[in-house]
Design a protein around this ligand. Sequence first.
Ligand SMILES: O=C[C@H](O)[C@H](O)[C@H](O)COP(=O)(O)O
Length: 231
Amino acid sequence: MAYICYMQINIAKKVAAEQAATYIKSGMTLGLGTGSTAYYAIMRIGEMVREGLSVKAVATSEESEELARAQGIPIIPFSEVDRIHIDIDGADEANAALQLIKGGGGALLREKIIAAASDQMIVIADESKVVAQLGKFPLPVEIIPFAYELTLRRLHQLHAAPALRKKGDQYFVTDNGNYIADCHYERIADPETLHAQLNDIPGVVENGLFIGMAHLLIIGKEDGTTREIRR
Ligand SMILES: O=C[C@H](O)[C@H](O)[C@H](O)COP(=O)(O)O
């Protein structure tokens, strides 16, 4: 996924991202998400920095870090992070309880570490991401390459119908050097239980269910308006 490909403006994603940016204040440390919606947030924060906003940031992926630096957003090492005030990130699916599926771009592990360390996680999405029940979007599960065949077997036992993600004719490799198994559930009736079952498998590093992490969901619409759901 290269940010350079977002040439055609997506109004719904852009307005959600820009609304999220209104919560940012000078002096804050920010978490910067990954993906085509987070892209608009990083671009807006870059503009705000150039207009005089004073913030520091950490990024959830190499590509978001690169984009942020190019936009003039100061990126700090984690050793210098005291607290992260606001994390702004996208989602592949979100329900009304603000439970999420993330990791469509493969950044779920770093995204979850940063979301968990943030005072507030703001999720930005267009309307197509809002669902009654999670699961139609294949759930990304990050697994280590060692003995991945055995880990996939364990995922099969959880009825995940896992498919190892590919990039061209190679396996997709995350920023952490791991693989992604996309798990096809169609409907996830009990996200909490599944989250625990997946992370209990040796070889699974993390899964893309984000439960109890998001505080605010900002939904952007094509007509340029936004709607907010708070937890
Ligand atoms: O790994 C990627 C992230 O979880 C993204 O935030 C998620 O896939 C949503 O991406 P997008 O905004 O491009 O739909």
